[in-house]
Ligand binder design. Sequence first.
Ligand code: SF4
Length: 371
Amino acid sequence: MDFVVTPWEVKGKVDYDKLLQQFGARPLTSDQISLLNKYAGEVHPLIRRGFFYAHRDFDEILKWHAQGRPWALYTGRGPSGPVHIGHMVPWILLKWFSDKFGLEVYFQMTDDEKFYDDPELSLRDTTRWAYENALDVIALGFEPDRLHLIVDTLDIKPLYPIAVKVAKKLTWNTVKATFGFTDSSNIGLIFYPSLQIAVAFLPTELRGETTPVLIPCAIDQDPYFRLARDIADGLGYPKPATLYSKFIMALTGESKMSASNPESAIYTVDEPKAVKRKIMNAFTGGRPTAEEQRKLGGNPDICPVFHYHMLLDPDDASVEKIRQDCRSGALLCGECKLRLYEKIERFLKEHKERREKAKDRVDEYRLSVKL
Ligand code: SF4
C-alpha cells in the first residue's frame, strides 16, 4: 500500500476506493442517496458532490427514522490547535442533519487523547483548545437543547460507566491490531478507544430506550466505529451507523492538511490578509503560463482551489461553471483564487462574529452541566 491512513496519521496519496476495501466500509450508492432525498426533502451538496462517499448502515438508520424511532448524531474533534475550514466542513453537514431531522448532537472533545498522543502538549493546552474549538462548533448556530458538548476530562461522569463496559470487551490484541499500538504506546492511548466508542452508546443510556447514532466523520475514524459495531450487541446497545468523508485537500496540494504547516490550511481565526496570502499561494491544477492555460485549460480534479469552491459553494451551477471554464481555459487561476477568497472571507466574517458571541456560553452546551 503506497499510503497510510490511521486516526493519527495520513501519509501518501490516498486511494479512497482501496481504503474502503481495507476498512470494509461500503460506498454510498445512488439508492441510499435517493432514500435520504425522500426523508430530508433534499440532499446536501457535500453528499451530492461525493465528498461524503462511504458508510456503514446509513440506509438502516434512515429506515429506523422512517419507523418514527429515536436516533441521534455523534461526532468529535481532537483539540490540539485551532480549527481550520477542513474541520468545519463535516460539522456543516452535521448541522444540516440536526436541522432536517430534529436530532440532538453529541460532540466529543477528546482533550485526553490529544494529550496522550502529543508529547509537546500539556493537558492544560488540550483542554484550552477544547474550549476554543467548542466556540467554532457553537458558531454554526446550534442551540443548547440540540448540542451536547463532552470535553473528556471535564465531562467524564455520564461516559465513564459505559467506557468501563466497553473496555472489558476489548482485548489488547484487538486494539493492537486495529490501531497499530506498540509496546511503547502509553496506556492512556490504549484505553482511549473505550471512551470514543462509549459516546456511540450514550444516547441509549440517557434516554433509557434504544437510540442509535449516525456518525458523520472523516474516513480515518472508521477503526473506532468498526470496533463499536463489533461489541454493540454483546452490551445490549444498537450498532452505530456512520457516514464517511474524504479528507480536505491541503492548499499545498497534499491529500490532507497538516497541522505542522499553517500555510496548508485556512483557520477560522485567520485575518483576511493571511487568508488571501494562503489562497493566492495555493497549489493549483493550472498551467505554467497564462498563454498555455488559455490554450490547453487547467485540471480542476487535482486543484485544491477547485476543491474548496466545491465544498463551500452551495450553488451547483456556479461550481459546474468553474469546472468547465477551468477545463476550457476561459478561467485563469488568479481570477479563480480571488473568487474563492471572496467566498471564504464572507463565510469567515460571519463565523467570527458568531464565534465571538459564543465565548460566554460554552457551559450552557456541556452535557455534564445540563444533567
Ligand atoms: Fe484550479 Fe481554478 Fe486554476 Fe482551474 S482555474 S486550475 S480550478 S485555480
